[in-house]
Design a protein. Structure first.
Length: 402
């Protein structure tokens, strides 16, 4: 813990982490709020899953593009424009009663305009700390984001079930605007200039660690999205227990992320962490009430943030600095496509088989998520004793002959 305390004393680190967490806090609120809001209007978890899927697909498509645009027009300009459009779209879902196709369209627009805060901050991190501190900082970031999943579902469930789903979505929108403005105003956002990438869009995926992190992140987040829908369905939309179960799951991930933050990242690191996630989600299939489900998700959560931290580290160590924003954009795209497919699959399986269908979907995603880094372990760089900083950008320098 002393190393984390030292990190937080580094100028600007505590502020930038706090600002980006606030800006991203709606991530832990909107999926659940949309699920409850759309299900309450349409009476179908499948319909709600389609809206979530449309939103996630929009985020997935936009991720690499808006991340790359930061190297063309600058971080602040891209973040500001996307923030405004996204907030307006979220407000439309909250305040207007629309047919399903229109909810899906607005959800798609809100996804397309999601501010690229995550790629931005992970591009900034290597410029704020030394190379020895970078891997622990990624671990701290991955663990700290679990605060989003601890407080977000609890706040959303309480507001949506006890007051209204409209207010729950509105509160998320307020966090987006306030946190986004705070992050955009941070000095580091104006100080760090993302170089314009000289490679074509998508070429960064030719780097195997980036592709491995993208695919595994897709499967991990797909499993998490399915679990979230299944937990809500287990207790019903009028119960606050689902929010508490999700919060317990997130606390386990927070503790695990901090505990494994200094573990050396070897070729089997991602595979081991994903196996534990799979075991917990498989056990959730057989849970029958609040405590048994909580125990299963504690097992699933204990290496969840740690797995994400490994993904961030292997991406950082494998790309040039000018490619980091786009690389993290693709990783985010994989995760968001996973969320889209996981939510939709869980929604239809819940409609057909009850809550257990959602847990079967989650376990299936997690099982493949374990197999991928196991089979393709040669794509996983060995960072034991290595620097996780991005590769410096270099270019030929013309020299005047004497």
């Amino acid at each position: 813990m002393s190393s984390y305390a030292s990190l937080l004393k580094t100028p600007g680190v505590a502020r930038i982490i706090s600002a980006q967490l606030t800006a991203r806090f709606p991530t832990g609120m909107l999926s659940l709020a949309y699920l409850l809001h759309i299900e309450g209007i349409t009476g179908s978890y499948g319909a709600a899953g389609l809206v979530l899927a449309a939103t996630s697909v929009g985020q997935a498509v936009a991720g690499p593009l808006t991340s790359r645009w930061m190297g063309v027009w600058g971080m602040r300009r891209v973040l500001t424009v996307t923030l405004v459009i996204c907030a307006v779209s979220i407000g439309c879902i909250a305040f207007f009663v629309l047919p399903l196709w229109a909810y899906m369209l607005v959800g798609l627009i809100s996804g397309l305009s999601t501010p690229p805060v995550q790629p931005a901050v992970r591009t900034i991190y290597p410029k704020m700390v030394n190379s020895r501190q970078l891997t622990p900082l990624f671990s701290l970031d991955a663990s700290a984001q679990e605060i989003i999943w601890i407080a977000g579902p609890v706040v959303t469930t309480f507001i949506a079930t006890q007051i209204s789903t409209v207010l729950a979505i509105t509160v998320a929108m307020v966090f987006l605007l306030g946190g986004g403005a705070w992050f955009i105003a941070s000095p580091e956002v104006g100080r760090v200039r993302v170089p314009r990438s000289r490679r074509k869009l998508g070429r960064v995926l030719a780097r195997r660690p980036v592709l491995l992190a993208t695919i595994t992140g897709f499967l991990l987040v797909g499993a998490c999205a399915a679990v979230e829908a299944a937990v809500v369905a287990s207790f019903g939309e009028g119960s606050a227990e689902s929010g508490f179960v999700l919060a317990i799951w997130a606390v386990a991930s927070l503790i695990g992320g901090l505990s494994f933050g200094h573990t050396p990242v070897g070729p089997w690191s991602l595979s081991r962490r994903m196996f534990v996630v799979f075991v917990g989600m498989f056990l959730a299939i057989f849970a029958w009430e609040f405590w048994s489900l909580s125990v299963a998700l504690i097992v699933a959560g204990i290496t969840l943030a740690a797995a994400l931290a490994v993904m961030f580290a292997i991406v950082s160590a494998s790309v040039k600095f000018s490619e980091t924003a786009e690389a993290y954009g693709w990783v985010g795209t994989g995760q968001l496509i996973g969320a889209a497919i996981g939510s939709a699959a869980a929604g239809f399986l819940i409609d057909a088989n009850g809550a257990v269908g959602g847990f079967w979907a989650a376990a299936s995603f997690a099982a493949v998520g374990f197999l991928v880094p196991t089979v393709f372990r040669r794509w996983h760089p060995d960072l034991r004793g290595r620097d996780a900083s991005p590769i410096p950008d270099t270019e030929p320098i013309s020299v005047q002959p004497s």
